[in-house]
Every structure is written in C-alpha cells, then in structure tokens.
Design a protein around this ligand. Structure first.
Ligand code: HPA
Ligand code: ZN
Length: 326
C-alpha cells in the first residue's frame, strides 16, 4: 500500500525489541533440531496457534519456553542476524536491542556465549545493512535483587559494549523499587537506564521508575495516561516512551487497536515512539506496528514522521549521530 511504502521509507530507530522475542517459529524448530532440544510443538502451525494471550504472563510462559532452543554462540548470532536482515526492509537504521541474560544463565548457558553471539551479529549488521545498534541488558523482575546484582557482575568485562540496563518480565507484584539499588549500581558504572512500567502496572509504578530508578527512557508507559499529573510530567520532562501497538493488542493492554493511545500521547506532548517488542510473537515487525497504529487511529504522514523523529531523539546515540538522522 501507499501507506506501507511511506512507512518503510521513513528512516527509523527501534528502541524496544527483545531479541529473544524475535525468534520465529521456523528458527525455533531449526535450532531445536540442531541442538537436540525438545519443544512441546509438533509443527510450525502448532507454534503459531499457541500464540494467543490474554495477559502478559500467558505470553511470558511461552516466550521463556521458546528461548530454551538457544544454546550456542552461533544460535544467538543467527537469532540477531535474522532480526537485522528482516528490519533492514522496514527502514530501521538503528536498533537498541534488549536481551535477558538470566533466561540463559539460569539454564547453564554462559553470559559470554550469549553476548559474543549478539555482538558478532551487530557488527555484521552494520557492515551488511548499515544498521547501527546498541545492547540493553535487561533484568528479569520476577527474580530477586541478588540475581540482578549477579548478572551485573557477569557483565563487568563487557560494560563498554552495553549501553544500558533494563527491567522486564512480570510487572504486577514486582514494582521498580525492588531494583532501586541495582539500578543505582548500574548508573555508577556509566550505564543508561530503562524500565518497563505502566504496561500492566499502575501509574505509581511509572512514578517509581522515574523517581526511584531514575530511568532515561520508559518502556510502554501506557497506563501513565490514567494520571493527568503524571501525563503532564512526562511531557514536561521530555521522557521518551517506547510504545508497542501490536504487543498492546495481543496482550490485551488495549481491547482494540481503535482504542490505542498513541495519538493521544503525541497530543499530550509526550515523546512517544513505535516499536515491535516481541515481533515473532505479536504478529509484526516495527513497520507493521506503524501501519497498524496509523490505520486504526488515522495518523497523518506528519504524525508518522514525528514518531520516527522521536525514535532518534529518544535513542542513546550521541548528539552528532542523532542530528545526522533528523
Ligand atoms: N513486558 C514485559 N516483559 C517482556 C515483554 C513485555 O512486553 N516482552 C518481553 N519481556
Ligand atoms: Zn518489552
């Protein structure tokens, strides 16, 4: 379509992408076979049929199970290489990708295996597709503070290759305050900070992410809009929100794409961006997310250009690189 062509042609950054969430069923099967790992699905169609969720936890259970096929450095390389090859066609020129070390280290995969595989694919992506990238190491919030500190310690030799730490997994019952000390330690090491907040959790969790973690950027943030004071604050402080429309629909954060708040965020003056979250599970890569939101909410080409511009403004690129993309 004309809209699809316009969107794919907009240079953009993707700021909210879990690399484990880009594991397509075809690659899941291939890696299961390569590594001799059993998966509870008989066919690719059966995998896709299982991707029906009514809340975040339904998805997380199947997402962690899928990650079991990732074993060797080559697996992590191939996973990330497939993501970069796919989004080159979506107009992505820069990607800040999250990975969940604990998902792997807790089943005996070395931290170094994971990060070496990802970094090699990132280097190739720049050479082959002209896509620059950064890594965000995300802590699983359903695990304890001690496990997050142990993960930060494992990352020590790699700190010059990691841009930021993040916070993901089951939000309700695991408020940001649980990780205030480990985020302070990450900041002291020179890392930037992001956290998922306000996806299923209340506006108070967003306030904690701002006040107790001191995040540089918020992942999701949808439920902030329930609080007018918080909404105004996000706009005033120029906080970037990494919004994920198809994820929001699949995880029932919105009941219908027609109810998606992306344009309301822009109208409130919030620096909102559009991202895919877990594209293999939620039915689309980043350009599909722009298209779905644009069709459902009647976004103009100016709105779409604004969203793409916001993706660079909200990135962890240095000022000269941001300027070069605007
Ligand atoms: N929310 C929380 N944790 C996650 C998500 C998400 O959308 N995707 C992958 N891990
Ligand atoms: Zn996410």
């Amino acid at each position: 379509s004309d809209l699809g062509t316009f969107i794919a042609g907009l240079p953009k950054a993707e700021l909210h992408l879990h690399i484990e969430g880009s594991l397509e069923p075809e690659l899941m099967f291939a890696l299961a076979q390569r590594n001799g790992v059993a998966i509870p699905f008989a066919s690719i169609d059966e995998v896709r049929a299982a991707y029906s969720f009514s809340r975040l936890q339904d998805f997380l259970d199947i997402y962690y199970q899928g990650a079991n096929v990732l074993v060797t450095e080559a697996d992590f390389h191939d996973l990330a290489a497939a993501y970069f090859a796919r989004v080159a066609a979506d107009g992505v020129v820069h990607a800040e990708i999250m990975f969940d070390p604990q998902t792997h280290t807790d089943r005996g995969i070395a931290f170094d295996t994971v990060i070496r595989g990802l970094l090699s694919a990132m280097e190739e992506a720049e050479a082959e597709h002209g896509i620059t990238s950064r890594l965000i190491m995300s802590f699983l919030r359903h695990l304890d503070e001690e496990s997050a500190f142990a993960t930060l310690a494992m990352a020590e030799p790699w700190l010059d290759r990691i841009a930021a730490v993040g916070l993901d997994s089951s939000e309700l019952g695991h408020p940001p305050e649980k990780f205030a000390r480990v985020f302070a330690a990450a900041r002291a090491k020179g890392l930037r900070l992001v956290a998922h907040a306000g996806e299923e959790g209340p506006p108070a969790y967003v306030e904690q992410a701002l006040d107790l973690l001191g995040v540089d950027r918020l992942d999701h943030g949808n439920r902030s809009l329930e609080d007018p004071v918080l909404t105004a604050r996000l706009a005033r402080e120029g906080m970037t929100l990494t919004v994920c429309p198809l994820s929001n629909l699949k995880l029932c954060v919105v009941d219908d794409m027609a109810d998606h708040p992306i344009d309301r965020m822009l109208a409130e003056g919030i620096r909102a961006t559009v991202n895919s979250d877990d594209p293999a599970y939620f039915g689309g890569y980043v350009a599909d997310n722009y298209v779905a939101a644009a069709e459902a909410r009647g976004l103009s080409r100016q709105d779409l250009a604004r969203l793409a511009r916001n993706s660079f403004l909200g990135s962890f690129l240095d000022d000269a690189a941001v300027a070069a993309h605007l």
